[in-house]
Every structure is written in structure tokens, then in C-alpha cells.
Ligand binder design. Sequence first.
Ligand code: XMP
Ligand code: MG
Length: 178
Amino acid sequence: MDNDIAKVLYSQEDIKNVCQKLGKEITKDYAGKTPIIVSVLKGAIFFTTDVVREIDLNTEMDFIDVSSYHGGVASSGEVDLVTDMGSDVAGRDILIIEDIVDTGRTLKYIVDLMMQRSANSVKVCTLMDKPTGRVLKIDADYVGFTVPDEFVVGYGLDYKELYRNLPYVGVLKPEIYE
Ligand code: XMP
Ligand code: MG
């Protein structure tokens, strides 16, 4: 598996540090509140479990599965709700946890859904932001790393469902997807 990686962008150590930093900020900003942490499957699972353990607050957790990639390296342009979350969103403070914001389509879809469901507030924490990919005007409130315009895998992110279990974030060798 490691043989398919051209370079490591963020090591386990880098990720640990960024989770601690984001967890502190979120703890401060949500003091006195009980947010619902909404993790976006499947890519954000590792990041979610690491960052929530750095949040020193009462939180609830839920999961939503949304798909826009359909297994390739470029966004398809449409977003499907694959599996909905179970919690009642009305009047609640929602913190969406994403792996990466690229075009912004996935994020916009989820944020709009939470607003339609009358959330009290909606914020977004993403491990990575790829601003060069942005098509829609939407940004995350908490960003771990700002990434270059490259397709990244590992720590939850996949190429054709593979590489999610790499403990770091890396760039695939071009021959893998060319
Ligand atoms: P959009 O374009 O909707 O993309 O902002 C968000 C979702 O697309 C996936 N994505 C990636 N997955 N490497 C990946 O493995 C990447 O470089 C990448 N860029 C976007 C990801 O699932 C994200 O939630
Ligand atoms: Mg995702």
C-alpha cells in the first residue's frame, strides 16, 4: 500500500497536533453548549474520532453519508444523500466534520440541509481545505490544513475505496489513477 504513495503530506504527528489545536478552539467557542457533531461518512471517520476526543464538552454524535465523487478523482457535480442522520436538528447547534472541502458542493448540500431543518447554528470543521478547487462560495469555520491542488488519500480518504487505512495523508503516484 505504501508503495503507491508518492509523498507524505501530513504525518500522524502533524494530524495529532492539528486535532489538539482544533479541539481547543471548538471547546472554547462552544462553551456552555451541547453541539451535535455530524461526521460525514466515510472520509471523515478517522478525523472525527480523533478530534472529538480533544473536545472537552458534552457533545452528541451522528453520521451522514453523502456522495459526490462516485469513486474517481474529480467531482461529479451532483450530491446524493446516501444515508441520513437520525438526530432531530431543530434548534440544535450543529458542527459538521468533513475530511476535505474541494468544490464545496458536498458542504453546501449538508449546510443547506441543516438550515432547512431549522438548526440553531451550523459550523464546519474540516481536516483539509483545497481552496483551488472551489466552485461554490462556502468555507469551513475550522480548518486543519490547507492543501495544494493534488488528489490526497489516507486517514479516511480513498481512491476507489482503497487507502483509507493509511495512518497519514499522502499523494498517490500518478500512475495509479492515470
Ligand atoms: P466537494 O468537491 O464536494 O468534495 O467539496 C468533497 C468530497 O469529495 C471528496 N474529495 C476527495 N477525496 N481525495 C479524496 O480522497 C481528494 O483529494 C478529495 N477531494 C475531494 C471527499 O470525500 C470530500 O468529502
Ligand atoms: Mg467526504
